[in-house]
Write a protein that binds this ligand. Structure first.
Ligand SMILES: *Cc1c(COP(=O)(O)O)cnc(C)c1O
Length: 370
């Protein structure tokens, strides 16, 4: 059994993928070829937002978004300690300070109430300028953007949605990547919409922001490549990855539906045995991960392994306790919800084509232990 099986998907659309790759071989525009704009237009329409910018990875999408917001030393960016390092890494790379805010105990997303008190605290200390918020749609479920964005307006902060795990999900009938000032997603192969390599995309409705993003993506270019208005990065999406994503996108909506069915089967089978995921009524998760909690997680993982069932821990260490951020001076106990979740959480195999009989084997194994 695999944790994420990409083969079943490939079987369905292999000829379309090959056809799209061959088109790139024929036109030969490996850098910024026409497939990139085609993908940008299709995904912008899908999430119902004006502008999309294809970039080299989800990390680049976050980094370029922060560069476009001119983030630097003395700026504070509020984010979650319960996420992949990339979210906070880009803040630190620009010399700004990640300020962590603990998560809700049910969704594992940033807690809006704790956000407000943390923003106030940073303001009153007067050492850092509160500039923006990066909420993370963890495991595929959107953060409560109405609440987060109203706090952002009150304190004049921008909101950058880290939708690396939530592309395809929705919040109050609106697709993720359309829920904040700017959004970043990832096409890492294991994400809900995955390429066959690295890739990412940025979404915004703001034309001025869009102009900055496309400039920063190619070394801060001006009207052409050798006129430079600013410094940027080499942050382009590969044409071949865009061609592959165009093929994968044709079945993406259906795959999001299939993920709901897989999650539903897990929920039914596991609800009396472990803490199953909680999805708010107004949300549809993209189910990047199906993650459950149990106090004796490590033992369950061992049992699954002896039966040939893979699992994973997202995330074993909250970011405020990582060595990479030790200079920020956080201590164990600072974010009790994140710390407890990191100790008890584990994720089960999740992909659209996970068969009911395989799922039954996983569920039975957990029943036997618990
Ligand atoms: C995967 C991920 C990223 C980074 O995406 P890459 O494409 O791997 O650079 C950022 N944030 C979160 C929450 C992620 O899960």
């Amino acid at each position: 059994m695999q944790f994420i099986d990409l083969e079943a998907q490939q079987k369905r659309i292999r000829s379309k993928i090959e056809e799209n790759i061959m088109k790139v071989f024929d036109h030969g525009r490996y850098i910024m070829g026409p497939e990139i704009e085609e993908l940008e237009r299709k995904l912008a329409d899908y999430v119902a937002i004006r502008y999309a910018v294809g970039v080299g990875s989800g990390t680049d999408a976050l980094l370029i978004s922060l560069l476009a917001n001119r983030i630097g030393p003395l700026d504070a960016i509020f984010t979650s300690p319960f996420t992949f390092i990339a979210t906070a890494e880009v803040i630190q790379l620009l010399g700004a300070t990640p300020v962590f805010v603990d998560i809700e105990s049910d969704t594992y997303n940033m807690d809006p109430q704790k956000l407000e008190s943390t923003v106030r605290k940073v303001e009153s200390e007067g050492k850092l300028n509160p500039r923006g918020i990066i909420p993370v749609d963890i495991f595929g479920q959107a953060v409560d953007y109405d609440e987060i964005c109203s706090i952002a307006r009150e304190y004049d902060l921008f909101v950058l949605e880290d939708a690396a795990q939530s592309f395809g999900g929705s919040y109050k009938e609106k697709k993720t990547c359309s829920l904040a000032d700017i959004a970043a997603t990832s096409f890492f192969p294991a994400k809900p919409l995955g390429a066959y390599g690295d890739g990412g995309m940025i979404f915004t409705d703001d034309k001025e922001m869009f102009d900055q993003l496309i400039s920063i993506r190619v070394h801060g270019k001006g009207s052409y490549k050798y006129e430079n208005d600013r410094v940027g990065i080499n942050g382009r999406l590969d044409t071949i990855q865009a061609a592959i994503l165009l093929a994968k996108f044709t079945i993406f909506s259906e795959e999001i539906e299939l993920r709901q069915e897989v999650a539903e089967r897990y929920n039914l089978g596991l609800k009396d045995y472990v803490r199953i995921p909680f999805v708010k009524k107004h949300n549809i998760s993209a189910w990047a991960q199906y993650s459950v909690l149990h106090p004796r997680r490590d033992k369950i993982i061992e049992d699954l392994k002896t039966e040939g069932i893979p699992s994973a821990i997202y995330y074993p260490i909250p970011l405020h306790l990582q060595k990479a951020f030790s200079h920020l001076g956080y201590r164990p106990g600072d974010f009790p919800v994140s710390e407890k979740v990191c100790k008890e959480i584990f994720s089960l195999p999740m992909y659209p084509y996970l068969e009911p009989d395989k799922q039954k084997k996983i569920i039975d194994c957990i029943h036997r232990y618990v």
